[in-house]
Design a protein around this ligand. Structure first.
Ligand code: SAM
Ligand code: SF4
Length: 335
């Protein structure tokens, strides 16, 4: 990896520079979070997935076109076989300056060290509750202790930045926002609170009823902490606040209450090779046929990516009421 941010040749019709790629390496997961999946999910046949070689090729092409930051995600990325060797090879791409991972932490006890050696510098870890019974209920089968061991392993491995992500739902875990903040801040970890997005149909709750806005969460946090906004920090959708007495920060990802589309700098590659131009829209291009039709010539793939960029919409149109417009779940999207 090189240190200097690269300049991207990927510019969308709104003039936004796209220098960040999220790669979903699988739609599978060992958990079944109630906001991400329905209880009975069917997953993609393995034959439809990009091979690790194809994912690496696309990562290289995107980096050559100016992407400087890649996040590996899923589904649960660490359940894909041999993913650590893929991550290591992506980490070696000249021009890439930041390699990130989003994980539920269940596999971190065995993988944290090799991931750190592979060049991963930022790890986002999902944690919605510190109560074992509630954690099991929200994830449908998760073992909180295992996740906590994963977080300890990440701290031990010494990643430069670890962030906790918590999706907050009314009547489920909104009473834990202060406990979650203390947990993170005392370990010197950032924490972001996420408003649930209407991606795919779920059967656990009514998303409009469970909606908990970032402003409500902020109000709760202000009962326990003194917070100052740090505008413009982070380079992503999180709006950060500094917290008196702590180095780590508290962020809010607020797709509903504080839409962040105007500064969007990213595209997403699904596990099947579909390039999604927006989290909340269906504008996309299938890159797998191009990859397979031109195994030795990258130019047609590059042109496919340039053409795809023209489709990037100005923003999402999330609406929590009724049937979600976007049928794909977050695990198939690459969150
Ligand atoms: N399995 C990994 C994990 O949970 O961190 C990575 C993939 S997961 C889809 C990425 C992030 O998306 C997690 O932080 C998760 O909480 C969030 N997420 C999933 N479904 C969501 C939804 N409907 N609305 C908002 N965030 C969601
Ligand atoms: Fe799995 Fe992550 Fe979705 Fe939870 S949010 S079900 S851990 S992919």
């Amino acid at each position: 990896m090189t240190d200097a941010p690269s300049s991207s040749e990927l510019i969308d019709p709104q003039g936004r520079i796209i220098d960040y790629l999220r790669i979903s390496v699988t739609d599978r997961c060992d958990l079944r979070c109630i906001y991400c999946m329905s209880e009975k999910m069917s997953f993609l046949p393995r034959a439809q997935l990009l091979t690790l070689e194809e994912i690496h090729r696309l990562a290289r092409i995107f980096v050559e076109m100016g992407v400087g930051r890649i996040r590996i995600t899923g589904g649960e990325p660490l359940v894909r076989r041999n993913v650590v060797s893929l991550i290591q090879r992506i980490g070696e791409l000249p021009g890439l300056h930041t390699l990130c991972l989003t994980t539920n932490a269940t596999q971190l006890p065995q993988h944290a060290e090799p991931l750190k050696s592979a060049g991963v510098s930022r790890v986002n870890i999902s944690l919605d509750s510190l109560r074992p019974d509630r954690f099991r209920r929200i994830t449908r089968n998760g073992d909180l202790n295992r996740v906590l061991r994963g977080i300890d392993a990440a701290i031990e491995a010494g990643f430069p930045r670890i962030k906790i992500n918590a999706v907050i739902l009314k009547g489920r875990n909104e009473d834990e926002v202060i406990d979650l903040a203390r947990f993170a801040l005392q370990r010197d970890l950032d924490i972001s609170y996420i408003e649930e997005m209407p991606l795919g149909q779920i059967d656990d709750h009514d998303r409009a009823e469970a909606f908990c806005s970032s402003d409500e969460i902020l109000e709760r946090l202000q009962q326990a902490f003194s917070l100052q906004p740090c505008p413009g920090e982070g380079g992503g959708p999180s709006r950060y606040h500094a917290v008196d007495g702590y180095r780590a920060r508290i962020g809010f990802i607020s797709p509903h209450s504080h839409n962040f589309c105007a500064s969007c700098n990213r595209v997403r590659l699904t596990a099947t090779g579909r390039l999604l131009l927006c989290l909340g829209q269906e504008h996309s291009v299938e890159l797998r046929p191009l990859l397979r039709a031109h195994p030795l010539d990258d130019e047609p793939v590059r042109q496919g990516i340039r053409d795809a960029l023209r489709l990037k919409p100005a923003g999402h149109d999330f609406d929590l009421a009724g049937i979600p417009v976007i049928q794909r779940h977050m695990n198939a999207t690459g969150g």
